[in-house]
Design a protein. Structure first.
Lengths: 239, 229
């Protein structure tokens, strides 16, 4: 019941923040209407990184305690994170085409890092899908989740240097747009969107976590033979 | 014999076993050497006969050939272990998991160094790159790149070796993780060949060393989890 209320609040908040970002603030002088995409883009990016942080922490938690709840949290983080990462890249490309004149900007370290981030966690979801037995799946996935978390800062450093060592001028990036004296309205619209997206993120995380817990219990029950109907659907563990 | 020396002896014995099996014709790595050579040839066809553009693409193609065949090499080193149930026996040895990991990673390193030793002269021949002046540096870069790849490749090969879809899953997991290694190794190679005009070589070497250490640590801590299943 509380989750449903959260869902309704999140829906209203996202609707309100979108309306404000579209009609409540003026268009940017330089970038025009395209700048409004940035509200969604930045909010998605923040939640993508938060999700993968949650997955990394939950992966360590699983390996230390072997707590099935940790595995459910890790799965929820990875799946919701992939969703928001894809949204980040999509929104970034829609913004990049009119503003940069190109969908893909190889010199932008954030873009290249985020693309690799998506690949890393799609791999995480794949290895989960290909392992049948719940505890093995959780362990394999946890190793991949931890390696990915170690890799992300190295990826970021490498692409920043790659750009920095070869390329003189910096292109416009989200920071340079928001940090220099941005009018208060723009900041308000961004914060509103951040809050609304965070509520939606929380709602998705709670629901995905619950579904993962139910999945785990169904698999365990089927393996113990308590649900004969499910036993046929869930493959037996290999010896 | 101190504890560390004993663990190193275990690692050396496992690596020597892999090497001996390879020399006696198990062909985990031999076929991937041929694949690396073929890759370089095919890149030449894809890019066309222009010598200048081939030479410019040389460092990138060298490392792509090493990494693409390397994925197969580290995967094969584990698959052969599975065929005879040897992987289970390996897990039963009363030695630390980190020592077993180190042994398998050393075997992987030998395979990667062999790949590099083949690919470097082939790049010189096919793409007309002059490496004479930069040779010591190139050997160092190839060694560091091979070590980092073997470190993470061995961990992921052990993690996926029991999966039915391992042939496709291993590259999907490995390629995004080795992206910074590829970037650093290609940049270091290109900068060495150009005489390091921007003074950036040191930074890339540091990145390679940091990557190697991070992945060796991750492998040493978690490889045992793949064995214990």
């Amino acid at each position: 019941m509380a989750t449903r209320a959260l869902g309704i609040v999140a829906l209203v908040a996202v609707g309100g923040a979108t309306a404000f970002a579209l009609a409540g603030v003026p268009a940017d002088l330089n970038q025009g209407e395209a700048q409004r995409i940035m509200y969604i883009h930045v909010a998605s990016a923040w939640l993508a990184y938060l999700s993968f942080g949650v997955t990394a922490a939950a992966s360590v938690w699983w390996l230390v305690r072997r707590d099935p709840r940790a595995d459910a949290v890790a799965l929820a983080g990875a799946e919701v994170g992939v969703l928001f990462t894809a949204a980040t890249i999509w929104a970034g490309m829609m913004w990049g085409r009119p503003v940069w004149g190109t969908y893909w900007q190889w010199e932008d370290p954030r873009l290249t890092t985020t693309a690799l981030l998506l690949a890393l966690y799609v791999g995480y979801l794949l290895i989960r899908r290909l392992t049948d037995e719940p505890a093995r799946r959780a362990t394999r996935a946890a190793v991949v989740g931890i390696v990915a978390a170690i890799d992300i800062p190295i990826v970021h450093f490498s692409v920043v240097w790659w750009r920095g060592l070869h390329q003189g001028p910096t292109f416009m990036s989200p920071d340079t747009i928001l940090n220099p004296p941005a009018p208060g309205q723009f900041v308000a619209a961004l914060l509103l969107m951040l809050g609304a997206f965070s509520l939606a993120w929380l709602w998705l995380m709670v629901n995905r976590y619950r579904l993962a817990r139910l999945d785990w219990e169904a698999e365990e029950s089927a393996r113990r033979g308590r649900l004969p109907g499910l036993a046929a659907a869930v493959p037996a563990p290999r010896p | 014999m101190t504890t560390i020396a004993r663990h190193l002896a275990v690692a050396r014995a496992i690596a020597a076993k892999d090497l001996r099996a390879e020399l006696r014709g198990r062909q985990a790595v031999t076929s991937t050497l041929f694949l690396a050579a073929l890759t370089l040839l095919i890149f030449g066809f894809a890019l066309g006969p222009d010598r200048a553009s081939l030479a410019a693409a040389g460092p990138g193609l060298l490392w792509l050939a090493v990494i693409l065949s390397g994925v197969l090499a580290v995967g094969r080193l584990h698959q052969l272990e599975m065929e005879d149930g040897a992987f289970e026996l390996l897990a039963l040895y009363p030695v630390p998991r980190a020592a077993i990991y180190l042994g398998k990673a050393l075997g992987g390193l030998a395979a990667m160094v062999a790949l590099g030793a083949l690919v470097l002269p082939l790049t010189v021949i096919l793409y007309a790159i002059d490496v004479a002046s930069a040779l010591p540096g190139l050997v160092l870069v190839i060694g560091l790149g091979a070590l980092g790849f073997a470190a993470i490749g061995t961990l992921y090969a052990g993690l996926t070796v029991r999966l039915r879809a391992r042939e496709v899953l291993l590259p999907l997991l490995l390629l995004p993780v080795v992206a910074p290694l590829l970037l650093a190794a290609v940049s270091a190679t290109a900068s060495l060949l150009a005489g390091d005009p921007l003074g950036e070589l040191g930074a890339w070497l540091q990145l390679l060393v940091g990557y190697d250490l991070a992945m060796l640590l991750a492998g040493g801590l978690t490889y045992g989890l793949a064995l214990e299943e």
